[in-house]
Design a protein around this ligand. Structure first.
Ligand code: GLU
Length: 269
């Protein structure tokens, strides 16, 4: 136990040292400096959420905190920034953030603009409908229905490309939730785990159709060419082994009805 602690401390010092040694702009680390700016969602309960008291919670928040700490930052050195689906690549490119954990799927298109650590979770696209609606039982029932999704998401793209739907697009999923409650739309489509978070937030109001029709590999978004990618991947793997990943999931999504899946294999492309 003691030995383990010392080894961990030495490891942390070595990691912090290597960051400090090559910190700054012409550096070995893109994230170096007093603060680390991390992009998360602010309106996705269980994943990335800004609470009424100004604190942040969710699986992405806890994973981001774990990774930031592993990179040598204290909790109070994290500057949380609200990312929406459409501004994630821009935020990474213009330096608005150093890193993004925001239900951010790794795709080849995005990899042309940014880099990814991970994946650290695999979700699947699904549909959320009002609890009393029995008319949508799978993605093929979207025809003729009013579907809502978010601009810049793989979710909106997929229903346009593959299901011929013309979704109403907002900049955040919580706006689709309001529209679903108000009857202006018939279904919200995005990743099942995001839908589970909303479903839990409004008990009895909604149901998830339960026929996932994509694979969404959640990655840690990093600026293109980031030298932190290996370290981030090491930390993701470490979180699978030391129980932090499982705890982050159970603390935030443990009551969502989703079982903790097997951790995915990190892709060191
Ligand atoms: N995971 C999908 C994506 O990255 C949908 C969720 C989101 O928009 O954050 O586009």
């Amino acid at each position: 136990m003691k030995l383990k602690k010392i080894a961990a401390a030495v490891g942390a010092i070595a990691l912090a040292g290597s960051l400090a040694a090559c910190g700054g702009d012409d550096s070995g680390s893109d994230a170096g400096g007093e603060k680390i700016k991390i992009g998360i969602k602010f309106d996705q309960p269980g994943l990335g959420f800004k609470n009424a008291d100004g604190t942040y919670s969710g699986f992405d928040v806890d994973m981001a905190t774990y990774i930031a700490e592993g990179l040598g930052y204290e909790k109070d050195q994290i500057d949380w920034k609200e990312a929406v689906s459409a501004n994630r690549e821009t935020f990474l490119k213009d330096g608005s953030v150093d890193m993004i954990l925001a239900t951010y799927s790794i795709t080849d298109e995005r990899k042309a603009e940014v880099d990814f650590g991970g994946p650290y979770y695999v979700a699947g696209q699904d549909l959320l409908i009002r609890a009393d609606d029995n008319s949508i039982t799978g993605p093929d029932d979207m025809k003729g229905k009013k579907i809502c999704s978010v601009t810049g998401s793989t979710s909106a793209q997929k229903v346009k490309d593959e299901y011929g739907a013309v979704p109403q697009e907002f900049d955040s999923y919580s706006k689709c939730i309001t529209a679903l409650q108000g009857g202006q739309i018939d279904a919200l489509t995005t990743d099942d785990i995001i839908l589970a978070g909303y479903s839990e937030q409004f008990p009895g109001e909604f149901k998830i159709v339960g026929q996932p029709f994509s694979e969404e590999n959640y990655g840690v978004g990093l600026p293109k060419g980031s030298k932190d990618r290996d370290k981030v991947n090491d930390l993701i793997e470490k979180s699978f082994e030391d129980g932090a990943w499982e705890k982050a999931f159970n603390d935030n999504l443990g009551n969502s009805g989703y079982e903790l899946p097997e951790p995915p294999t990190v892709d060191r492309y």
